[in-house]
Ligand binder design. Structure first.
Ligand SMILES: CC(C)(COP(=O)(O)OP(=O)(O)OC[C@H]1O[C@@H](n2cnc3c(N)ncnc32)[C@H](O)[C@@H]1OP(=O)(O)O)[C@@H](O)C(=O)NCCC(=O)NCCS
Length: 182
């Protein structure tokens, strides 16, 4: 599947919101995306787009000094399992690394097997469990960390082409409006 990754812009938000709403029970309101794209200087939001410009998925990191926090992440259900998610994760982690991040943190539902597989295969490990954390079904939350050594290893793998990069990113895609980050 051909796709490119670029910074999220304001005009992407309706499509991103629809993907989030279809993917998560506790999805963000649209205004949160406006804040991320237009106001939050710590935010590193990206989208994956197909050659027609359709958004396949998105990821939002918060870069706080040397920490990359994964804040939100989803791929369209019909585009999953084709490497889009891994490519978004690698891209976000690489941009945050270049901005000074040396560790990464995230939180995931304990039953979210595909996401946990993706994170573990990228070098994250479960640091702690928050019992019955999620309000909708009282599912546990796993707090996962990407430690400095594992982060460095992943960046090296990405840079040398061994970070399971996606077959996509073969073309450039220019959005109609400019995003906030590189
Ligand atoms: C998590 C998510 C973003 C991953 O996106 P994606 O484009 O499908 O990811 P990829 O195709 O790059 O990789 C998926 C990996 O999970 C694996 N996977 C898929 N289903 C799986 C399952 N049921 N059990 C174990 N592994 C599974 C795939 O084999 C692949 O691993 P591989 O590269 O080693 O083969 C996507 O599943 C999604 O949007 N889920 C709903 C929202 C969500 O859970 N977001 C994360 C919140 S923390």
């Amino acid at each position: 599947m051909d796709f490119a990754i670029r910074p999220m812009t304001s005009s992407d938000i309706p499509e991103v919101f629809e993907i989030d709403k279809a993917s998560a029970v506790l999805y963000w309101p649209e205004r949160s995306y406006h804040f991320e794209v237009e106001t939050n200087e710590a935010s590193r939001p990206f989208v994956a787009v197909d050659p027609e410009g359709k958004i396949l998925g998105f990821i939002v990191f918060w870069l706080i000094i040397d920490e990359a926090h994964l804040a939100n992440f989803a791929v369209r259900s019909e585009a999953r399992n084709r490497g889009v998610g891994r490519a978004l994760l690698n891209h976000g982690l690489r941009v945050c690394y270049e901005g000074g991040a040396r560790v990464s943190f995230l939180e995931v539902r304990s039953g979210n097997t595909p996401a946990i597989h993706l994170y573990e295969s990228s070098g994250y490990h479960t640091e702690s469990i928050r019992k019955q954390y999620y309000q909708d079904n009282h599912e546990d939350a796993l707090n996962m960390n990407l430690d400095p050594e594992a982060y460095e290893k992943l960046i090296q793998a990405i840079n040398t082409g061994n970070g399971k990069p996606s077959p996509g990113t073969a073309f450039e895609h220019t959005p109609k409006t400019k995003g906030p980050t590189a």
